[in-house]
Design a protein around this ligand. Structure first.
Ligand code: IPE
Ligand code: IPE
Ligand code: MG
Ligand code: MG
Ligand code: MG
Length: 316
């Protein structure tokens, strides 16, 4: 048989990666549509604020958090259509955190998702109001979205999970620790605490919010998901720090060297690049091990394993 007609069968691992890549693309396209449908239209007043909101949320970003909501749903048999409101809510909180994170009073960044940051494209006051608006819209969705589980106790739990992850014990508190650390030496334990709060908490909430929509999940499976989500959240910020050192601006769509320029303690600045990679790998291994309990219960842990894999291997 001539060589050019030989068909090389993909290995099972390659086929699984291709399946996940297609699934991820599907989730990314889905969340883009779902977000767009829930954001205020530009032709409604105040149109400049609405334009800045749409600019900051749409047309960029990896959509890691919504993908984690859907992947957890896939593992637990919760349909995507039931989770759209929660996936949007968590991405809105994330988008608001980025708009505020980039402000001159915080990280003072000009580039985000390959475009000028919100306060550069609009102005600082508008960027502050974009954050304010996105934050409350997230909670409005959890209260009102018609497809989320209707039971009041589930709605309350969703509100509680997202509020705690966003507040001073989560994202906002972590951002305060981050700003207070500028120019200081932190222990590795302090860096981990900061990362767990500023980034890990919201990632953890993605998994637990999807789990809250799955009826009667036994405690040991909730604990396994909690362990998976904690490990994944910390690993995610370690890779973000590594990309700030080793990433390519054209690929990551934000400045590199920004942490060092601001004299911020990060995982690699405290532990070194190699130890950071090892810690991330260890957390990835821990996340995968936690999923064994789901497999043992006959659930589909594969999408969550693939998510963890993607997040530690990502280049942006
Ligand atoms: C960047 O998050 C900020 C952190 C919390 C580390 P992402 O890397 O998820 O940013 P986008 O949404 O893809 O732009
Ligand atoms: C951001 O951490 C965490 C947030 C809560 C937004 P970084 O400041 O490292 O995020 P990037 O690198 O600007 O995206
Ligand atoms: Mg920051
Ligand atoms: Mg920043
Ligand atoms: Mg960063």
């Amino acid at each position: 048989m001539p060589l050019h007609t030989t068909v090389i069968e993909p290995s099972p691992a390659t086929a699984r990666q291709a399946d996940f890549a297609a699934r991820l693309e599907g989730w990314q396209a889905r969340i883009e549509r779902e977000l767009s449908a829930r954001l205020p239209a530009i032709d409604i007043q105040p149109s400049r604020l609405h334009e800045a909101i749409r600019y900051s949320v749409l047309g960029g970003g990896k959509r890691v958090r919504p993908a984690l909501v859907y992947a957890t749903g896939a593992a637990l048999g919760v349909p995507e259509s039931m989770l759209d409101g929660a996936a949007c809510a968590v991405e809105l909180i994330h988008a608001y955190s980025l708009v505020h994170d980039d402000l001159p009073a915080m990280d003072n960044d000009d580039l985000r998702r390959g475009r000028p940051t919100c306060h550069k494209a609009f102005d600082e006051a508008t960027a502050i109001l974009v954050g304010d608006s996105l934050q409350v819209l997230a909670f409005e969705l959890l209260a009102n979205d018609p497809a989320l589980p209707p039971e009041p106790q589930v709605r309350l739990q969703l509100v509680q999970l997202l509020a705690i992850a966003s507040g001073t014990s989560g994202m906002a508190g972590g951002q305060a620790l981050d700003l207070a650390a500028i120019g200081r030496r932190l222990s590795l334990a302090d860096v981990e605490e900061m990362h767990i709060r500023k980034t890990g908490a919201l990632i953890h909430a993605c998994v637990m919010m999807a789990a809250a929509c799955a009826p009667q999940l036994p405690d040991h499976l909730l604990r396994a998901l909690d362990e998976y989500a904690r490990a994944t959240g910390l690993a995610f910020q370690i890779q973000d720090d590594l990309l700030d050192v080793e990433g390519d601006v054209a690929v990551i769509g934000k400045a590199t060297g920004a942490d060092r320029a601001l004299d911020k303690p990060t995982y690699p600045s405290v532990a070194g690049v190699e130890a950071s990679r090892r810690r991330m790998q260890e957390l990835h291994t821990r996340a995968l091990a936690a999923l064994d309990a789901l497999d043992a219960a006959g659930l589909q842990a594969a999408p969550l394993a693939a998510m963890s894999n993607w997040l530690v291997l990502r280049k942006y």
